[in-house]
Design a protein around this ligand. Structure first.
Ligand code: ADP
Ligand code: F6P
Length: 325
């Protein structure tokens, strides 16, 4: 098949935002322009594409953005894109604006949209952007490093007051379907317990018994990291306080984990992935997703990437438990 010559590319961010997305957008824009392409920014994800919220981007439009959280293109979730009609319309709009190649920064859902567009003739490349780290084909996703550091710092602060008052603290971190943020905070903050959506049937009676045992041994606080997917932190705190007699407070860190200036790692990895996405388009590739594995930047077929499964590494979870003596 003859390779399609790419003259104009588009870039959009989709799904939940993540710190470092701006670094990726900036890299797509500047490396695209540097290779003689025209670059168009699509606002508000697939919804913005369907609404034709499309702007030309110059190198100056992405000045002063690498250090900013959020996404300058904004993001959205879009039900219409899940329908065949919506997908056809999105592909037709890409054609109308001359967009031969589209870089989609988001998670698995966003990649599913990119896959549909690729089948409709728009060359697409996905870049993993989510604070949840829940994309199977890659060990790195844009935003996780910043989010986990934000959460870690917040948990350190809660621990200080928890120790002063000899309390149990339940700290809820993000992750509706994935426990990576919880696991990493659990290890980094030395938590006694980590509750993750992957283990819905956690044993609250065992936690109560452990708290009582720890109290007997003179422990001055008890930290439980609870992922959003388990949730219910406020009621859990009431139940635990009642059962143990230890004052218990719940803190829900919430969306502050999704904002803030990206870490060095998020800026650098996102920049390289953005540039790589443009290179792949220039090579005539489509329906691919960029990833980072075994110390290297790699790319996968989206179909293959979406069929991969990711699970919490049992060894890491065991270590977290072993260190919580
Ligand atoms: P993420 O990209 O972070 O996984 P979502 O799952 O919310 O976030 O997906 C983001 C958007 O991608 C959705 O709002 C929708 O527009 C699009 N999308 C999700 N799944 C599909 C699908 N199966 N087909 C087409 N588009 C999809
Ligand atoms: O971006 C991922 C994530 O933050 C999940 O951890 C969380 O469950 C979800 O998005 C919440 O998204 P929102 O509140 O924007 O719907």
């Amino acid at each position: 098949m003859a390779q399609k010559i790419i003259r104009t590319i588009g870039v959009l961010t989709s799904g939940g935002d993540a710190p470092g997305m701006n670094a990726a957008i900036r890299a797509v824009v500047r490396s695209g322009l540097g290779k003689g392409l025209k670059v168009r920014g699509i606002r508000k994800g697939y919804q913005g594409l369907l609404n034709e919220e499309i702007i030309d981007l110059s190198a100056r439009d992405v000045s002063d953005t690498i250090q900013r959280g959020g996404t300058i293109l904004q993001t959205a979730r879009c039900e219409e894109m899940r329908t065949e009609e919506g997908q056809q319309m999105a592909a037709a709009i890409c054609k109308k604006y001359g967009i031969d190649g589209l870089v989609v920064i988001g998670g698995d859902g966003s990649f599913a949209g990119a896959q549909k567009l690729a089948h409709l003739g728009v060359n697409t490349i996905g870049i993993p952007g989510t604070i949840d780290l829940d994309i199977a084909c890659t060990e790195y996703t844009i935003g996780f490093d910043t989010a986990v550091n934000t959460a870690m710092e917040a948990i350190d602060k809660v621990r200080d007051t928890s120790t002063s008052h000899e309390r149990c603290s339940i700290i809820e971190v993000m992750g509706r379907d994935a426990g990576y943020l919880a696991l990493w905070c659990g290890i980094a903050n030395g938590a006694e317990r980590i509750l993750m959506p992957e283990e819905h049937d956690y044993d609250e009676a065992a936690i109560v018994a452990d708290i009582q045992e720890c109290r007997k041994r003179g422990k001055k606080n008890y930290i439980i990291i609870n992922a959003e997917g388990i949730g219910d932190s406020i009621n859990m705190a009431k139940r635990i306080e009642e059962a143990t007699g230890m004052e218990t407070r719940a803190t829900i860190i919430g969306h502050m984990q999704r904002g803030g200036s990206p870490t060095c790692k998020d800026r650098v990895y996102a920049s390289i992935m953005g540039a790589m996405a443009v290179d792949l388009l220039m090579e005539g590739k489509s329906n691919r997703v960029v990833g980072y594995r075994h110390g290297e930047y790699v790319d996968f077929d989206i179909n293959e990437a979406l069929s991969m499964k990711k699970t919490i590494p049992q060894y890491q979870y065991d270590v977290a438990k072993a260190l919580a003596l």
